[in-house]
Design a binder for this molecule. Structure first.
Ligand code: FE2
Length: 188
């Protein structure tokens, strides 16, 4: 929990807001901006009654794309920028593993669900199916067992559901400012 006057951590929240302002309008590849996608994912997490940490993770799960501004070019050239690891590492300065671990695992959660849930792959958007190939494809049995043993796997799966559906709410969702106090309250 943040102590009063801990301006270094409060600055991280300001940096998050600045990243959204600067890079949020970038396309997510599915007729939705990254900012809209992340706001919709967070709104869905709230609507599902997810814990505050998962709402924050949903809001911030693709922040790694903001930190790799050439990611669209990289993906088009067949290179995975590991946005989940980049984002989780950046956020770990200020947030605990209840937020960073699901973010770090949200790509693996897709790979896991493709391996374990019949029909899941068919529900993925075209962009998500394309990125799956770059991200290592469907998990094998050993990877499935390792993922299932991770204490953050349930939160990662919940985040993944919100991510997959984070294009459904349209723009009628709370703005970024709605989450400032939630984020501040989760600072470590
Ligand atoms: Fe996403």
């Amino acid at each position: 929990m943040q102590s009063p006057g801990d301006s270094a951590l409060t600055t991280v929240v300001d940096e998050i807001f600045a990243l959204f302002a600067r890079f949020g309008s970038a396309g997510y590849g599915e007729n939705v901006s990254l900012e809209s996608h992340m706001l919709q994912s967070a709104a869905l997490a709230e609507a599902l009654g997810a814990p505050a940490s998962v709402v924050a993770a949903a809001l911030l799960h693709d922040i790694g794309y903001f930190l790799c501004p050439d990611s669209e070019t990289s993906i088009a050239e067949g290179r995975d920028v590991a946005h989940e690891a980049v984002g989780a590492a950046w956020l770990s300065r200020a947030f605990g593993p209840e937020i960073t671990a699901p973010i770090a695992l949200h790509v693996d959660a897709k790979r896991y669900l493709c391996a374990t849930e019949p029909g899941y792959h068919a529900t993925l958007s075209e962009a998500s199916r394309m990125s799956l190939i770059l991200q290592g494809g469907v998990m094998d049995d050993a990877e499935v067992a390792r993922f299932a043993a991770n204490p953050a796997h349930a939160a990662a799966l919940l985040l993944r559901r919100c991510d997959d559906r984070g294009k459904e709410f349209g723009t009628n969702v709370p703005p970024l400012g709605h989450y400032r106090s939630l984020l501040t309250g989760l600072l470590v």
